[in-house]
Design a protein around this ligand. Structure first.
Ligand SMILES: Cc1cc2nc3c(=O)[nH]c(=O)nc-3n(C[C@H](O)[C@H](O)[C@H](O)COP(=O)(O)O)c2cc1C
Ligand code: SF4
Length: 434
């Protein structure tokens, strides 16, 4: 039976004519959530988001309302919206910023008001030329309309919002590296503790960092209530979520579906979503939540898109990027390609990440090219074990940020699930898939 698709929340204006303009936004309920929020108490706003159980959509899945309650009691407070989105195969925030930038602005303003922020920033990946243009245009329009600036809608509340382009590094999506970058420094992650943004964030002040999709939910949650959001999904995985579906499916794209009620199978095979594996081939494995996530075999295809269920099964929904691999995919090459990415993006502060990424990149590459040795498999696992001791999930951390412990995910998944493919590469001295 086909899964129910509820009314979309964050993508509901996507098909509208010039959906990115203030005119279209206002004609379709735009800024009503902010008006309502400004008439509410800050405590009630935070409680509403806690009731919604809005889990962060940037990767870690931390509940937004809880994050806002953990801010150190000090002034000023800052809000930074994370629009860096550099995780391979994740492309939902870009679409949100290009297609409905006012929703991001309104969500940011509701969050800023709820936490009493003195200033808000939207950090947009530098390569997103159109995203930056649309976000900047939306912010300018919102200033003119009176939604940003002095005495917003006559409420007495004032705030400025700045769109800041990133300089094009994956690591600047990590929240503390992002704050360094925003301060004009090199994007090096900070050590936590003590530099949890809620305690010591931007310019040393308590700071909320929330993802673009996370804040995009806030206008709807404010207008319709946290209870209405929590009525969708199950357990902590409430509401809807956008999944960026790619790989060997017939219809790759961003799909907003109900959490926990929808399964990976629905996403891959339902004609409204992936519409099946390309050329009628077999699903072999899939990445359930971005390049950092351990892989699942096809036997997990009936698992619901539920953050806790996926966590219990040894992986994560992460950034909401799902990649399907079929029986024509070389798993050694797929794992090597992700490894290469992490090697390139390591900021270099921590030895296990900087050196380890380079070693495993080289060893994976030589196996894929047919020049590997059987001992290389133990060598790979040994180096991975030094990066993330125990090779368990969630990973043990020996590094400043979790980019390091993300490196082993694809390598260990590929070796554990497809060891035979590594051995064929080694024995035949070539990739059997080319
Ligand atoms: C290496 C690395 C890259 C990240 N990239 C992003 C990103 O591009 N966008 C994002 O929202 N979160 C990213 N995160 C997660 C952020 O650190 C942070 O958890 C998130 O922005 C918080 O927002 P949320 O609670 O609304 O999800 C990244 C984390 C790591 C370790
Ligand atoms: S784990 Fe890697 S990316 Fe993160 S701080 Fe250390 S070297 Fe930099």
């Amino acid at each position: 039976m086909a899964v129910d698709v509820p009314q979309p929340i964050v993508t509901r204006r996507f098909g509208l004519h010039e959906s990115w303009t203030l005119r279209t936004y206002l004609d379709n309920g735009g800024y009503d959530g902010l008006r309502k929020a400004l008439a509410m108490s800050r405590d009630d706003l935070v409680e509403n988001v806690k009731t919604a159980s809005l889990l962060g959509r940037g990767g870690a899945g931390f509940p937004a309302g809880q994050k806002w309650s953990m801010l150190r009691k000090a002034e000023p407070v800052y809000l930074v919206v994370n629009g860096d989105e550099s995780e391979p195969a994740t492309f939902k925030d870009h679409q949100l910023m290009v297609t409905d930038p006012h929703q991001v602005v309104e969500g940011a303003l509701i969050c800023a008001f709820a936490v009493g922020a003195a200033q808000a920033f939207i950090f947009v990946r530098g390569e997103f030329a159109l995203g930056l243009e649309r976000m900047t245009q939306a912010v300018n329009e919102a200033y003119e309309y009176g939604a940003i600036g002095r005495d917003i809608f006559g409420s007495g509340w004032s705030i400025d919002l700045v769109v800041h382009p990133g300089a094009g590094a994956y690591i600047c999506g990590e929240e503390t590296a992002l704050l360094e970058s925003l301060e004009g420094k090199r994007g090096f992650p900070r050590i936590k503790p003590p530099y949890f943004p809620a305690a010591i964030g931007l310019y040393g002040a308590p700071t909320v960092v929330n993802n673009v999709e996370t804040v995009s939910n806030l206008p709807w949650i404010t207008l319709n209530s946290g209870d209405a959001f929590a009525a969708m999904g199950e357990g902590r995985s409430t509401g809807t979520r956008i999944f960026s579906l790619s790989g060997r499916v017939n219809r790759p794209g961003n799909y907003e579906v109900e959490m926990a009620k929808t399964t990976f199978r629905d996403l891959f095979y339902d004609e409204r979503f992936g519409n099946g594996i390309r050329d009628g081939r077999e699903l072999k494995a899939f990445i359930p939540g971005g390049a950092s996530a351990p892989w699942f075999g096809a036997d997990k295809v009936d698992m619901p898109l539920d953050q806790d269920e996926v966590g219990k099964a040894g992986s994560m929904l992460g950034s909401g990027s799902i990649v399907a691999m079929d029986d024509t995919t070389c798993m050694v090459r797929a794992a090597w390609r992700i490894t290469r990415f992490f090697h390139h993006e390591s900021c270099g502060q921590c030895t296990p990440c900087r050196e380890g990424a380079g070693w495993v990149d080289k060893v994976m590459y030589r196996i894929e090219q047919g020049a590997g040795r059987e001992e290389d498999l133990d060598l790979l696992l040994d180096v991975c074990d030094n990066i993330a001791p125990g090779l368990s999930w969630p990973p043990q951390q020996t590094t400043i940020c979790v980019l390091g412990p993300s490196i082993p995910s694809s390598i260990v998944s590929a070796i554990r699930m497809f060891r035979d493919e590594f051995l064929v590469h080694i024995k035949e001295g070539a990739c059997p898939f080319t």
